[in-house]
Ligand binder design. Structure first.
Ligand SMILES: C[S@@+](CC[C@H](N)C(=O)[O-])C[C@H]1O[C@@H](n2cnc3c(N)ncnc32)[C@H](O)[C@@H]1O
Length: 198
């Protein structure tokens, strides 16, 4: 999907994603000491705003102007200092390295997906952490939600191999279950979670 299509999606609802952070971001990052964080494909900034509230200096990178506008408003209401950068990540924008790089539910076709993931890994400062969270390929047949195209869905081993090849030490790579409340009751969504350090 290009930035215009994302703009249309973001215009359809007040809040497309949750107000609070993603459950795995909260769990994996909550105990890290604050530093500089990069939230790649930040959407409406739910994770960026949460990090800023915990003392992180956050740069949120996003290519949808509508998402950025919504994120700015949400951050303002939360009194959270988030710097917003408008950039297409497939162009590998020039960004300063960070102690934490978030790559959360960014689903791209190959080869862009691998290029952007490598770029994300290259932005991790020494001692820093990369957190990748994504709808798993297995989610398509056994889980709930996420993009319907298997070509956009990663497998944990592939993500781990890419970030290891980019020089990071993989601390965890696997699938995790996220419970989603639906009209038909709770459903399990299967996500990929990869955490790596430089
Ligand atoms: C599923 S949303 C996830 C948003 C956010 N990470 C979260 O978890 O709330 C995916 C986001 O990626 C952004 N995106 C997709 N392709 C992008 C690209 N090439 N460069 C920058 N942002 C992109 C979309 O605009 C959208 O906001």
């Amino acid at each position: 999907m290009d930035a215009k299509s994302w703009d249309e999606r973001y215009r359809e609802t007040d809040l497309m994603w949750s107000a609070g952070p993603n459950v795995f971001v909260e769990r994996e990052v909550g105990s890290l000491p604050p530093g500089r964080a990069l939230d790649l494909a930040a959407g409406e900034g739910r994770n960026a705003i949460w990090l800023a509230g915990r003392g992180w200096e956050v740069e949120a990178v996003e290519f949808s102007p509508v998402a950025i506008e919504k994120g700015r408003a949400l951050a303002g209401r939360a009194n959270a200092a988030v710097t917003w950068t408008s950039a297409d990540l497939t162009a590998e924008p020039d960004l300063a390295s960070a102690d934490l790089v978030l790559h959360v539910y960014l689903h791209l076709p190959q080869p862009a997906a691998e290029h952007v993931l490598r770029h994300a890994a290259s932005l991790v400062a020494p001692g820093g952490t990369l957190l990748v969270v994504a709808h798993a390929r297995r989610n398509l047949t056994e889980g709930y939600g996420g993009p319907p195209d298997p070509a956009l869905l990663p497998d944990p081993d592939e993500v781990a191999a890419t970030v290891a090849a980019a020089g990071l030490e993989v601390e965890h790579a696997g699938e995790v279950i996220r419970t989603v409340e639906t009209e038909d009751g709770p459903r399990d969504a299967i996500d990929v979670l990869v955490r790596a350090r430089r």
